[in-house]
Design a protein around this ligand. Sequence first.
Ligand code: NAD
Length: 445
Amino acid sequence: MMTVRKATKAARSKSTAVSEKAYNPFEIAQQQFNRIAELLGLDEPTRDFMRNPVREYHFNIPVRMDHGGMRIFRGFRVQHNDARGPCKGGVRFHPLETIDTIRALAMWMTWKCAVVDIPLGGSKGGIICDPHNLSAHEIEQLCRGWVRQISRDVGPFMDVPAPDVMTNAQDMLWMLDEFEKIHGAKYPGFITGKPVSVGGSLGRKEATGYMVIHTVREALNEMNLKPENTTASIQGFGNVAQYSLDLYHKIGGTVISISSWDPADNKTFCCRKKTGIIFDEINSITDPWGTINRRKAQDLGYEILPGEAWLEQDVDILIPAAVENQITAETAPKINPRVKLVAEGANGPTTPEGDLILDQRGISLIPDILCNAGGVTCSYFEQVQGNMNYYWEEKEVLDKLSSKMSSAFYAVREVSKRRKLPMRDSAYVLAVDRVARACKDRGWC
Ligand code: NAD
């Protein structure tokens, strides 16, 4: 069963609390940008233009609650850069949402779209709320209220929202419906991540995980390794992890361990089977939020290990596919000496200090803005199909996705070889350069 509403409250709260204490994500995103701008020798006006979002919207969303009283929620939309095309980015629901998290994510969306060379810019939105404590009717009012406040500044040719943390296909449909009511016509290209029955794209649910493995296959090829001779350990068992495991097994690899958040215990745990995880078996004991039933896993013969054990496994490949801030100065030294490749399914799983250690240890990396970009690329395909009101077969979607991801992988690899840079810096150099050129060519800086 694949995930519906993203990330458990406990898991997100924990990771946000950690990240808030440790760092401000927007400051990190700006520092990353400054370093790459220096490498590229960008002039000051271009740096000033790209270091901050082009536009931000902050607004109130009044909702009449089921008990009859009114509650005012705070909503946001940040458009970081639209030089290469309409903005694209998810809408998050989270009780600890901050404008700086949204600014950072909007900036990262700009780079992600540029690295896979799709004609889109980057944006992100959110509402400070906890959907676990809201009824379906209240969530519907929130979705419609968010669109009412921003409807003049988003749209299929301006800024296209999508699901993100704790928002889902149903929420996207309510948002689409409100947008179409306001504008008096049908605009299926306004929003992506819709149900397939109402304008969603085939292949979207598989896109991110499958394309993580597509990039893994390209990297193994470069390393002269055959997938069938490799093993992997994955952190998480949500949408990205499940489809990564599925395709990796189909191409002959063996995943020996996966991990999950345990809301009952408020901590993570790892399930290991040295002969290989059996996907259908584990999937049948996993809830829609990617939580594995620990007791049932034990009954099925899986070893239960502490959550951190996922990166200590004797495997060739590590795939962090859960939350940010996992491969750090403290954890990176614990990575097993056999590990040759880290493929970042999650956004921001490795800190700059973690990066340095991977580099020193000679472990190859497929950085997040490349590795998990299959998701936004498929969302772009959904937007294109919606604008045409003509929908493609699943095979066509997946073939186009594979072709885009291979081109992006080799473009980043080429920068890495030519400039003798690590893969993450190479992906950023490629992306920032493309966006800077578009801004300059338009005469914006
Ligand atoms: P999800 O909510 O479907 O699954 C998250 C999984 O991580 C769950 O199995 C949960 O139990 C587990 N988890 C949570 N905290 C954990 C922890 N501390 N240790 C171990 N496991 C933990 O989420 P998803 O959609 O699979 O997204 C996972 C990551 O991939 C996120 O960083 C997300 O931003 C990124 N991403 C997702 C997509 C997409 O299309 N879904 C696209 C690009 C990037």
